[in-house]
Design a protein around this ligand. Structure first.
Ligand SMILES: C[S@@+](CC[C@H](N)C(=O)[O-])C[C@H]1O[C@@H](n2cnc3c(N)ncnc32)[C@H](O)[C@@H]1O
Length: 214
C-alpha cells in the first residue's frame, strides 16, 4: 500500500470529483471539540486539515502519521508555507499504522479523515484498537469518511462512486480494502460514543465526533 503515486494528483482529483465538499467535511466538527493539547492525525495526506487544526488551536502539539512519504512531504511544506510559526509543533511520522509502536503519549484528540476506509474489516478492528489504546481516557476522535445512505437515488449514487473509487485506489495505491467497512462497532467497543455528526452530499459524506469519557 502506498499513496506516493497518487500524492501529487490527490488535490486535483479531489477537486474534480468533490469540489470543496471533502474539506468541508474534514473541518465541519473541528470547532465543536474541547481545545486539544496533544493530537494524533493518522493518514493526514497533503496537510489541508492539519493547517486548519493548527489555525484554530495554535497551541496544539501534533503527531502527524502517514505511510506515504510524498504525502508527508506535501503536508510539511504546506505547514511551513502557511503557518511557519507552527512547524515546531508538528512531528511528522513516516509510519504504517499497522506496524507503528506508539510511545507513552496519550492523545486527547485522534483524527482519521478518509483513512479508515483504506482498511479491510480485520485490519480496521486492529487499527481502531491501537488508536484507542493511545488515546487519553477523555478524548475526542474526529472521523470524516464516506458512507452509504439507507435508500433512494442517493444510495445508488454513493455505491457507484464507492465502486469507482475502490477500483481506482486498489490499482493506484494498492489499498487492502475492497469495500467500505463501518468503523462504528469498533469505536463503540473501545468506549467511544457518537457525540456529533454532520452529513454532506445527500448523506454520502459524514463528519463525526466520537467521544470517550472514562
Ligand atoms: C485516501 S487518503 C486520505 C488523505 C486525507 N486524510 C484526506 O482527508 O483526504 C488516505 C491517507 O491515509 C494514508 N494511509 C493509508 N493507509 C495507511 C497506513 N496503513 N498507515 C498510515 N497511513 C496510511 C495514505 O498514505 C493517505 O495519505
Amino acid at each position: 500500500m502506498s499513496f506516493d503515486l497518487v500524492a501529487p494528483w490527490y488535490r486535483t482529483l479531489e477537486r474534480i470529483a468533490f469540489g470543496e465538499d471533502l474539506q468541508r467535511c474534514r473541518v465541519a466538527c473541528l470547532a465543536e471539540i474541547a481545545t486539544p493539547r496533544h493530537a494524533l492525525v493518522v493518514g493526514e495526506g497533503n496537510g489541508r486539515f492539519l493547517c486548519e487544526l493548527l489555525r484554530l488551536y495554535p497551541e496544539v502539539e501534533v503527531d502527524c502519521l502517514d505511510a506515504s512519504e510524498r504525502m508527508l512531504r506535501l503536508a510539511r511544506e504546506r505547514v511551513a508555507c502557511e503557518l511557519p510559526d507552527c512547524t515546531k509543533q508538528v512531528r511528522f511520522l513516516h509510519e504504517d499504522i499497522m506496524l507503528w509502536t506508539a510511545s507513552e503519549q496519550r492523545y486527547d484528540l485522534v483524527v482519521t479523515h478518509f483513512c479508515l476506509d483504506c482498511f479491510a474489516e480485520e485490519q480496521l478492528g486492529e487499527v481502531v484498537k491501537k488508536l484507542a489504546g493511545v488515546a487519553a481516557d477523555e478524548a475526542n476522535w474526529l472521523l470524516a469518511d464516506f458512507c452509504v445512505p439507507d435508500e433512494g437515488m442517493a444510495r445508488i449514487r454513493a455505491r457507484a462512486w464507492l465502486t469507482a473509487m475502490y477500483v481506482f485506489f486498489r490499482v493506484t495505491a494498492r489499498i487492502p480494502a475492497k469495500t467500505l467497512v463501518d468503523p462504528t462497532p469498533f469505536l463503540r467497543a473501545e468506549g467511544f460514543a457518537l457525540a456529533q455528526q454532520h452529513l454532506f452530499r445527500k448523506g454520502m459524506l459524514k463528519s463525526q465526533i466520537w467521544r470517550r469519557n472514562r
